[in-house]
Design a protein around this ligand. Structure first.
Ligand SMILES: Cc1cc2nc3c(=O)[nH]c(=O)nc-3n(C[C@H](O)[C@H](O)[C@H](O)COP(=O)(O)OP(=O)(O)OC[C@H]3O[C@@H](n4cnc5c(N)ncnc54)[C@H](O)[C@@H]3O)c2cc1C
Length: 492
């Protein structure tokens, strides 16, 4: 294991995560007399709210995920380390991260943990094989491949039954992500792909939004939820409420209705947007604290100053923190990280002590969800509105929070092309995007040998040729749909 240099004696802040919490926390320490090390398992700052637009061919990855290293280039007191944090030792004050099997230990004086949340399948992780979530760049690209791949397969399908299955898209969960995805898949089939196939009419596609609760956009209340539901229905989206998904397989989903009856929806392309589970680092921190707990979603029930009990130098912010009244949204992460940075700066400048910290207070700036082009719903305080004005507000706000002028300019261009015209600029999809996640899982779960293959492919310690090394083939990877064309070619 290598140890990162201790620095020039300045206060060392380690920030884990390059999402909203990690990046904003780091940026707010720009003028502080500290050395900041930002450690993240991804190379980019991902703007998750626009992931669904990558999945549906509107935006490219670069527009919503600038490289963190480039974003922080001018911040002289900050450096970026790529690696997955696997251990945090609160006693020793050190963080261990791993990059392709190589461990690095980074000591800290103050720690900000902003590792967010991941998709939750409520104990049914096997669903992930057939219904990817929407949390990462890989998820969005895989989904784009699956959506577009389903249309391609439908074009060559031999039977009407198979065509129907391939043209049925199931979105599980009617929160903002589910609503946005369902709306965009409907627009993709009705506007963008219309007239581009010979054997099928993409407008025949069914988009089915399945929700276990009784309302669309439940937390936004009945008025806005009703508006969103009516708009989606006018676009042809089928909304099934009080419908619990109890099983997912390669060919479809099983749904249980409120009266207890079970039924099938045959579908090749399924998307899971139904729940979140906090990063496992939350539990690791709680276990080492003086009695801090995690809630049911694994979020850390932090102290009023966003720290864990007995460790006032360890802040937990963003989706990983549990604070009553603070939603798992970008604003919660930004405000929490800004608060943590402010405490660090004030204490180092001698303006306050740990005991003087005022509790974190959240300013609710509202929430919004877009449904289709020209239509969104918006809630600001007691004000609730929907339609075109809400959509313009949504557009402006998302542009404002996108990082980097270049991203903003190209995003405006892509939106112009998509919303005013019928085409989309990012309709590429490859076989690798669809199958790589499952192939990698197979490689890693297989053996140490599999891990060596990946390390070797990445230019690290190439593995010695081994006649016994199992080949990863399409057959060895049990994928969901769309089925891999030319099924005997190697995936890896
Ligand atoms: C599809 C989608 C749509 C959304 N839409 C909206 C919206 O419209 N409006 C809104 O306000 N909010 C929205 N959100 C929520 C918002 O994106 C989150 O609340 C916000 O990103 C939380 O920020 P965070 O910094 O806590 O976590 P994240 O942004 O998730 O960042 C976590 C970071 O930690 C890193 N990481 C995780 N584990 C490790 C580890 N072990 N080691 C090293 N690094 C690690 C990750 O790589 C990532 O960089 C949406 C979320 C999703 C998924």
């Amino acid at each position: 294991m290598s140890t990162q240099p201790v620095g020039n004696g300045r206060h060392r802040v380690v920030v884990i995560g390059s999402g909203f919490g990690g990046l904003f926390g780091t940026k707010h320490l720009k003028r502080a007399d500290v050395d900041v090390t930002l450690i993240s398992k991804t190379t980019t700052h991902l703007f998750q709210p626009l992931l669904y637009q990558v999945a549906t061919g509107i935006l490219s990855v670069g527009e919503i995920a600038p490289a963190t290293r480039l974003v922080l280039r001018k911040q002289k007191n900050a450096r970026v380390l790529l690696g997955e944090v696997t251990d945090i030792d609160l006693e020793k004050r050190a963080v261990t991260s791993v990059l392709l099997g190589e461990s690095t230990e980074t000591p800290y004086d103050t720690l900000i943990v902003a590792t967010g949340a991941q998709q939750s399948y409520f104990g049914n992780d096997q669903f992930a094989t057939f219904a990817p979530g929407m949390k990462t760049i890989d998820d969005a690209l895989e989904l784009r491949g699956r959506i577009l791949g389903s249309f391609e397969q439908a074009e060559v399908a031999q039977t009407q039954e198979e065509r129907d299955r391939l043209l049925s898209f199931v979105v599980v969960g009617a929160g903002p992500t589910g609503v946005e995805l369902a709306g965009q898949i409907a627009e993709l089939s009705d506007r963008t792909l219309e007239g581009t196939f010979h054997n099928i009419d993409p407008r025949d596609a069914r988009v089915i939004l399945v929700e276990g609760a009784g309302a669309v956009l439940g937390p936004m209340g009945p008025k806005l939820g009703g508006k969103a539901q009516r708009r989606l229905e006018s676009m042809g989206v089928e909304i099934q409420l009080n419908a619990l998904v109890t099983d997912v397989d390669a060919h479809g989903v099983t749904v249980q209705d409120a009266d207890g009856t079970s039924r099938r929806i045959e579908s090749a392309c399924k998307v899971w947007s139904a729940g979140v589970q906090a990063s496992p680092l939350g539990k690791m921190l709680a276990d080492q604290s003086d009695g801090t707990e995690v809630d049911r979603a694994g979020r850390v029930v932090v102290e009023p100053d966003l720290t864990v009990k007995g460790h006032p130098n360890v802040f937990v912010v963003g989706d990983l923190m549990s604070v009553p009244g603070v939603p798992g949204q970008a604003q919660g992460a930004i405000q929490g990280a800004t608060y943590a940075a402010k405490q660090i700066k004030s204490e180092l400048a001698g303006k306050q002590t740990v005991q003087d910290r005022k509790p974190f207070s959240y300013f609710n700036k509202g929430s919004m969800a877009t449904i289709s082009r020209f239509s969104a719903v918006c809630q600001v305080g007691k004000l609730e509105f929907g339609g075109f004005i809400a959509w313009l507000a949504w557009l402006g706000l998302h542009l404002y929070y996108l990082v980097g002028y270049r991203s903003r300019i190209t995003t405006i261009f892509q939106w112009f092309v998509t919303f005013l015209g019928r085409t989309r600029g990012q309709m590429a999809a490859t076989e690798q995007w669809i199958f790589a996640r499952l192939a990698l899982e197979a490689v890693y779960s297989d053996s140490e040998e599999g891990e060596e293959i990946v390390r070797g492919a990445a230019g690290r310690r190439p593995p010695a040729p081994s006649p016994g090394t199992p080949a990863v083939t399409a057959e060895s990877v049990e994928t969901g749909a769309p089925e891999k064309p030319g099924g005997d070619r190697k995936v890896g």
